[in-house]
Write a protein that binds this ligand. Structure first.
Ligand code: HEC
Length: 478
C-alpha cells in the first residue's frame, strides 16, 4: 500500500458500510467540485460514485481532470483550480483574483505535464501558447508550396495531406467557394509518416491584418492571440484567458525555455523568480527585498513576523536600515534586525534585477542602485555583487530544514537551496489543501493530514497533480 493509502483508510472503511450510498453521491459531488470548481451533473455524480465504490478513487479523480470516461470538466482543473492555487504568487496583493500570467501558466504546465514541482523555482521554463508568428510572413499569389493539398470542404476540417513536405505553411486557395482565402496547415502528428493536418482559412485582409499587428496564429483552434512577445506585456496570457482557451490542451500550452523570450542572459533565468509577473510584483521600485518577502509568503507560507528572529547575526543588514530608529537602538535590536538580518542576507541574490519599465532588466555584474541607496548607517552592509547567504541555519528558522547550500551567487543557486528546503514542500501541501478543501488546515487532524500529504508528495517525485488528487479525495468527506 502506498503512503496515501493510509490516509484513505478511514474513507475506505466507510465504503464498506452499507449506509454509504447517499454519502457516496455527496462525496462524488465534492470531489468533482473541489477539483474543477464546477458542479457535476447527476449523471456524472453516478459515474464518480460508482468508481469510488469500486475503489478506483485515483482513476476517477484523473478522469475528472482529463474529461474522460463520461466526465466533462473542460479543462477547469487547470483553468480554475490550479490557476487559483498559483495566482496569489503573481501579484503584490497575494490575491487569487488575478489574470493569467506567465507565472501562473508555468505552474499550470508543470502540474499538467507531471514535471517535478521542486524544480519550478530554478528551472529554465516558461509555458506559453504554441502557434505561428504571423508578422514578417511574406505572401505572394503564387503558392508558397507547390504540393497538392487534399482539401475537401469546410465541414471536414481534418484531412490527410500526405505528400506535403512541410506541414505548417500557408497557401492561397485558387478555386471554389474559398477562393482567395489562405490555408494554414497544422500537423496533428508532427513528423509522422501519415500527416494529419487541420486547416484554418482566412481572407487576405484577415491575414494582412494579422501580419501587421503581430498576431499569433493558433491553427488547431482557428484563432489568433495578440502577440507571442511575453517579455514586455501580459497580452499573450490575457488573450488566452479572455478567449477561454483550455490550458488542458497540450497543443496550446507548451513548455519553452525562458531564453530570448524573457531574458537575453541565461544567468538571469531562475524558474518562477524570473517570470515577468514575478518581476512586476517584486522587482518594481523598492529595494528588491519584496522578492524575499514574497518567497516567504508564497513558497514557505510564512509572514515576515513569523520569521522575525532577533538572534540572527546582523552583519548583512544593509545601510538603509536605521540602527536607532526614533533615536532608540533598542528598537533595532528588538524588532528591525529580526527581519532584516534574515531577509537582507537572502535578498542579495536579486542584486542585478530591476523592473523599471514593463519588463525585467538584468545586468550581470551590475548592482542596481536601489540595493545600496539611503545610506543611513554607513557601516551597514554594502551590496557589491549578487552573493547571498543563509543566516538562518541555526535558531528558530532552522525549523525550515533548509537545503544544503549555505550561500552562493544569484537567484538560481538561492532557488536551488529553496527547492531542497522541507518547508517549501510542506507549504505546497498546505496550499493545495487550502485550494481544494476551501479552508486552511488548522485542526490537529487536518494538520496531520497535510503533513502526510506533504511526505507523500516528496516521495512521489514532487508530482503536484497527484497531490491535488489525493488531497481532494481526502477532503471529500465520509
Ligand atoms: C516584519 C519584518 C520587518 C521588520 C520587523 C522590519 N522590516 Fe524593514 N522591511 C521589511 C520588508 C519586507 C521590506 C521590503 C518591503 C517592500 O519593499 O515592499 C522592508 C524594507 C525596509 C526598508 C527599505 C524601504 C524602501 O523601500 O526604501 C527600510 C529602510 C527598512 N525596512 C527599515 C526598517 C527599520 C528601521 C525597522 C525597524 C523599525 C524595520 N525595517 C523593521 C521587513 C521588516
Amino acid at each position: 500500500m502506498n503512503k496515501i493509502g493510509e490516509i484513505l483508510i478511514p474513507f475506505l472503511l466507510v465504503a464498506l458500510s452499507s449506509t454509504a450510498f447517499a454519502g457516496r453521491r455527496d462525496q462524488a459531488r465534492k470531489l468533482y467540485s473541489s477539483l474543477t470548481g464546477l458542479t457535476a451533473t447527476e449523471q456524472e455524480v453516478s459515474i464518480i460514485a460508482g468508481k469510488l465504490t469500486a475503489g478506483q478513487s485515483m482513476e476517477v479523480a484523473e478522469d475528472i481532470i482529463d474529461s474522460r470516461a463520461g466526465l466533462s470538466s473542460m479543462g477547469s482543473f487547470y483553468n480554475i483550480t490550479v490557476k487559483n492555487f498559483a495566482s496569489p504568487w503573481t501579484n503584490v496583493d497575494y490575491t487569487k483574483m488575478f489574470p493569467l500570467t506567465d507565472l501562473s501558466a508555468t505552474v499550470i504546465g508543470y502540474v499538467r505535464d507531471n514535471r517535478p514541482f521542486n524544480e519550478i523555482l530554478h528551472n529554465n521554463s516558461v509555458y506559453m501558447a504554441a502557434g505561428i508568428k504571423m508578422s514578417g510572413k511574406v505572401i505572394s499569389n503564387s503558392t508558397t508550396n507547390s504540393s497538392q493539398l487534399i482539401y475537401t470542404d469546410s465541414s471536414s476540417r481534418l484531412n490527410t495531406c500526405s505528400g506535403v513536405p512541410e506541414c505548417t505553411f500557408c497557401k492561397q486557395i485558387p478555386t471554389g467557394d474559398r477562393n482567395g482565402r489562405f490555408i494554414f496547415v497544422d500537423p496533428l502528428i508532427a513528423n509522422g509518416t501519415e500527416k494529419l493536418c487541420t486547416f484554418t482559412t482566412m481572407t487576405r485582409s484577415e491575414f494582412i491584418a494579422g501580419s501587421s499587428n503581430d498576431r499569433y496564429l493558433i491553427p488547431h483552434l482557428d484563432t489568433t492571440l495578440s502577440t507571442n512577445l511575453i517579455k514586455h506585456t501580459n497580452a499573450h496570457y490575457d488573450d488566452i484567458e479572455n478567449q477561454g482557451l483550455s490550458l488542458h490542451d497540450s497543443r496550446l500550452l507548451v513548455h519553452k525555455s525562458q531564453e530570448v523570450r524573457l531574458h537575453q542572459d541565461a544567468q538571469a533565468i531562475s524558474g518562477l523568480f524570473s517570470t515577468r509577473a514575478w518581476g512586476k510584483a517584486n522587482m518594481t521600485a523598492g529595494t528588491n527585498r519584496r522578492n524575499f518577502q514574497s518567497a516567504m509568503k508564497n513558497f514557505f507560507c510564512k509572514d515576515m513576523m513569523d520569521i522575525n528572529d532577533t538572534n540572527t547575526p546582523d552583519f548583512r543588514v544593509r545601510r538603509d536600515v536605521d540602527r536607532s530608529p526614533g533615536g532608540d537602538s533598542e528598537t533595532f535590536k528588538s524588532l528591525c534586525v529580526g527581519c532584516h538580518a534574515v531577509m537582507d542576507s537572502h535578498a542579495g541574490a536579486f542584486a542585478y534585477y530591476d523592473f523599471p519599465d514593463g519588463a525585467i532588466v538584468y545586468n550581470q555584474g551590475v548592482v542596481v542602485p536601489k540595493m545600496n541607496h539611503n545610506s543611513i548607517f554607513p557601516e551597514g552592509f554594502i551590496t557589491q555583487d549578487d552573493g547571498w547567504m543563509n543566516n538562518s541555519l541555526e535558531g528558530q528558522n532552522a525549523s525550515f530544514e533548509w537545503g544544503s547550500l549555505p550561500g552562493g551567487q544569484g537567484i538560481t543557486s538561492l532557488a536551488s537551496m529553496y527547492s531542497e528546503t522541507k518547508e517549501f514542500h510542506r507549504c505546497m501541501a498546505k496550499q493545495v489543501f487550502k485550494t481544494v478543501c476551501y479552508k486552511e488546515a488548522t485542526s490537529e487532524i487536518e494538520l496531520d493530514l497535510v503533513g502526510k500529504l506533504s511526505t507523500y508528495y516528496q516521495n512521489d517525485n514532487f508530482n503536484m497533480k497527484n497531490l491535488f488528487m489525493k488531497t481532494s479525495l481526502a477532503c471529500m468527506g465520509q
